[in-house]
Ligand binder design. Sequence first.
Ligand code: DAH
Length: 380
Amino acid sequence: MTAEINFEDFKPRVDAIEEAFQQKWERFRYFVLEPDRPEFAEGLNSFGPEGISLLEKAKSALTQAKEFQTEMLGRKSRLSALRKEIRNVAAADRGVAGQAMTRLELQMSQPLEIVETHLNHFIGTILTRQEALDVTLPGWRPRRGHLHPITLVRERIEDIFVSLGYAIEDGREIETDFYNFTALNIPDNHPARASQDTFYTSDGFALRSQTSTVQIHAMQRRGAPLRMIAPGRVFRRDTPDPTHNPMFFQVEGLCVDRGITMAHLKGTVAEFLRRMFGAQTVTRFRPSYFPFTEPSAEFDFSCFKCGGSGCRICKNSGWIELGGSGMVHPNVLRGAGVDPEEFSGFAFGLGIDRMVALMYGLDDIRLLFENDVRFLRQFD
Ligand code: DAH
């Protein structure tokens, strides 16, 4: 039979556990307070270095609180060891000893449970706040791109001519001398051939200086009769200024058939301009000269802004100059394999960028090529 111990001997061992508890408890005591009290957050400071978030500190405090609980109340704790010794306490003292143990146990377990509940609550609140999604906030609308103003106008021109029975031809931007000049009846000594006006590649090709080149390709490929337009880039050695850019856009038109006359040219251009600028638009032709047409004419249309009375856009003349045109020169037809005895045709060419600048009232054509979204966005 083991020696009996009385309560006097037992009590100091209970007190020792309590003392150990009190020492470590110090750090956790703030968390008995409601989590929204400022002291609660302050108490977290000892649970991690400065700079880590309150959430991290609270998680660390919770882990440590659980470890503390295991240490003080778990199966291997001093408390549980002492509990086994109660049977060695003298029968008369056993009741008091048991009460002291129960009191100690509650004294430790109750506050630790509150601490854990509060820490969990605190962590939950932070997480909820972090993940909160305000569904009433306006959304981010992804910005969609849109077509460039030159493309918008080019497509309008294409629609009009397609509805008049024209095909759309795609030319090439790098050309031989033959297509850029010779086939267009531009004599060898013509100033346009000089490198001051035309860009040449190092192996002698020309960057086309006009879309008229496509007339030749189209006639060679399709033969006559034919109706086509060819929009595209052209290049000239110009110094950029508000009305010039070394790269710009033209649209070429060509109609070849039996019995085509100047009347067809005038009717077609006038109809195109009416559809483009309104039914009231008046067209005017002025005699001119181009090597690839005979006779040749430049055409103007009545100002879409003032209707002809004179304004800033038409520089008070009431007219806007738009392009060149004429009856295709027999040499051009012949050079492209079309018999001028059987067929005749008209052609015209105009600058798309110039038309865009007019329509949108741009005072500098270079805006169209600088790709500044602050400018381009206006055409959405
Ligand atoms: N190619 C001329 C230019 O670049 C424009 C032009 C004039 C085109 C008369 C034509 C035409 O088709 O018949 O200035």
